[in-house]
Structures are given as structure tokens and as C-alpha cells.
Write a protein that binds this ligand. Structure first.
Ligand code: NAP
Length: 293
């Protein structure tokens, strides 16, 4: 298929590369120029990238970025014509998603919110999970593209529901990781080495995908971004906003959200979200040591 891929960050770069590898005709664009993808054409603007394609795919930071890439100066909207499809793999506000989709529907353009889970390794290996909101017939047309970038799709309902489900997923990731980080910190203070703790965690019902993915990085003291802390903080804010709109109290997430804000104030915004551990360690006056099991 002819696809414009807009946004070549940690996720977008790998996703666009997998589309090109699968034989799709890909044109890429990134706000900061200089990024290229093997087998893909590079455009100078989002509008230029979107000219004459069947599908426009986005993967940028946040709601404001999606709005600007679609509707800003030299945005993709200028090139959108009836029958085209916009798929958004950024994690953004569900209510803004519905507004973007309504605006595009007036031009005869279909919209599928398509946020992902699986992080950098999932994007690189083409094993992402796509969490979708949109019409079934539209999703059907996109299946070859989902297959090139991921291993499974989950349709959650109409437009916006993909983003809502994604926020519900990241709420859990943030809380599960924070539980792990607090456990490691208390363990260290009480003299229980992470090295001894890990096999116990893995053998018990405490084990989880989040812990399995993060433990080798954390215990290797590698806090380089797989999923930047500032972006998880953005997702926590989005979930809290959604909770507020729906009158749902989220006390655990509120507290974890404050920890993220303080971690950002401490200069950890660009590190992985696993770096919230650094704040807990600082408060406790310990450093977690050990190797992953
Ligand atoms: P990233 O590496 O920080 O990349 C962000 C991308 O967005 C870059 O291409 C950046 O362009 C672009 N961008 C930011 N603001 C923009 C604007 N105003 N206009 C145009 N482009 C803009 O982030 P990422 O990790 O790839 O994440 C992208 C999205 O996927 C986010 O919504 C994130 O929450 C979601 N996500 C990430 C992961 C993960 O593990 N990393 C997993 C699931 C979902 P420049 O190069 O010009 O800065």
C-alpha cells in the first residue's frame, strides 16, 4: 500500500522501517529533518508526504503534536482526499481523537486510533499490539499494515476507544512498575539484595511482564529511554483527565503522577520511566544493586 509515515521517534522509526521492509511504498516525514528510513522516500513536509497515498500513519509525542501534524501549517490535511485513511499510533487524548476524526470525516477521510503497546523492542521486532478505535471495514483495509508492524490487533470499539483502552493499559504499567521500584528500594534498605529478590519474584504470583521487561535494564543501571519518562508522565496526565471527565477517582495514579513530576524536576525527563527509581533511591539513601535473574 502507499503509506505516509509521520514521526520518526523511537517508535515511528522502527515502525516505518518494518512497513518498508514488508514491501509497502512508504514516504516518511519527521519534524526535525535528517532522519531517513531505508527503502522509503523522505518528504519535506507532512502535506507533501501525504500527497497521493492511501494511508497516513502518525506516531508523534502528544495531542498537540498530532493536531499540528494534521492541521498545522503544511499539515497532512491539505493533501487528504475522500477515501483516504488516517491511523494514529501516538498515545493522545480520546476526546481530542474524536474531534480530529469528525473534522476529517467531513472530507470523507476515515480515522482509526491505533495506539500500541510493546515499547521499543516490540516496534523493532514487529511484534507490537495495536489497540484500535474505528470502523471495522476501515480496520480490515489496514490489516496488511498492522501485520507488518505488529503481532495482534484488538478493536475496542468506535473512534476514541483505542486511546481510552491504551490509557487504561498505561495506568497499570505505571502502577506495576512503581510497585516493583518501591519493593526494590525497601528491599535494599532492609538489606535484601535485588539479586536474591528477583528469582523469588519470578517464581511467585508477583511476576509480571512489566517486571520481566524492566528488571534487566534496572539492575544493569541502564536508564536510557525505551519509553521516555516525560511521555509516561503525559499518559498519566491523560488518564487522570479522563478520570476527571468520567468522575472516576484514581488515588494511586494521582500519587504516582506526582512522583513523575518530581522525577522530571530532578532532571530525569529524557530517561526511561524506570528512572522514577532514582528518586525513591535518593529519598531512601540507598542504591539498588544486583543482576537480573
Ligand atoms: P519520541 O522518541 O520522543 O519521538 C517523538 C516524535 O514526535 C518525534 O518524531 C518528534 O519529532 C515528534 N514530535 C514531537 N512534537 C512534535 C510536533 N509538535 N510536531 C511534529 N512532530 C512532533 O517518542 P516515542 O517513544 O517514539 O513515542 C511516540 C508516541 O508513541 C508517543 O505518543 C508515546 O506515548 C507512544 N508510545 C511510545 C512507546 C515507547 O515505548 N517508546 C510505547 C507505546 C506508545 P522531532 O524528532 O522533531 O522531535
Amino acid at each position: 500500500m502507499r503509506v505516509a509515515f509521520l514521526g520518526l521517534g523511537i517508535m515511528g522509526q522502527a515502525m516505518a522501517a518494518n512497513l518498508a521492509k514488508a514491501g509497502h511504498e512508504v514516504t516518511v516525514w519527521n519534524r526535525t529533518p535528517g532522519k531517513q528510513i531505508e527503502g522509503a522516500r523522505t518528504a519535506a513536509t507532512a502535506a507533501e508526504a501525504a500527497q497521493g497515498v492511501e494511508v497516513v500513519w502518525l506516531c508523534v509525542s502528544d495531542t498537540a503534536a498530532v493536531e499540528s501534524v494534521l492541521f498545522g501549517e503544511s499539515g497532512a490535511e491539505q493533501s487528504l482526499t475522500e477515501g483516504m485513511i488516517v491511523a494514529d499510533s501516538s498515545t493522545i487524548s480520546p476526546s481530542a481523537t474524536r474531534k480530529f476524526a469528525e473534522r476529517l470525516a467531513r472530507r470523507g477521510v476515515q480515522y482509526v486510533d491505533s495506539p500500541v503497546t510493546g515499547s521499543k523492542t516490540g516496534a523493532e521486532s514487529g511484534t507490537l499490539l495495536f489497540i484500535l478505535g474505528g470502523e471495522e471495514q476501515t480496520i480490515e483495509k489496514l490489516k496488511p499494515l498492522y501485520a507488518a508492524m505488529g503481532k495482534k490487533i484488538f478493536r475496542m470499539g468506535e473512534v476514541g476507544k483505542g486511546q481510552s483502552a491504551k490509557l487504561v493499559m498505561n495506568l497499570q504499567i505505571a502502577l506495576i512498575y512503581e510497585g516493583f521500584a518501591e519493593a526494590l528500594t525497601l528491599g535494599a534498605k532492609l538489606g535484601v539484595d535485588a539479586e536474591n529478590l528477583m528469582p523469588l519474584i519470578q517464581a511467585s504470583m508477583v511476576r509480571s511482564g512489566v517486571v520481566e521487561y524492566k528488571a534487566p535494564f534496572v539492575l544493569g543501571r541502564d536508564f536510557a529511554a525505551n519509553f521516555p519518562l516525560k511521555l509516561m508522565s503525559k499518559d498519566i496526565r491523560l488518564a487522570l483527565e479522563a478520570g476527571k471527565e468520567a468522575r472516576v477517582k484514581l488515588p494511586g495514579l494521582e500519587t504516582v503522577g506526582e512522583i513523575y513530576e518530581m522525577a522530571i524536576e530532578d532532571g530525569h525527563a529524557e530517561l526511561d520511566y524506570a528512572a522514577t527509581l532514582l528518586l525513591l533511591e535518593k529519598w531512601a539513601g540507598v542504591e539498588v544493586k544486583g543482576q537480573a535473574a
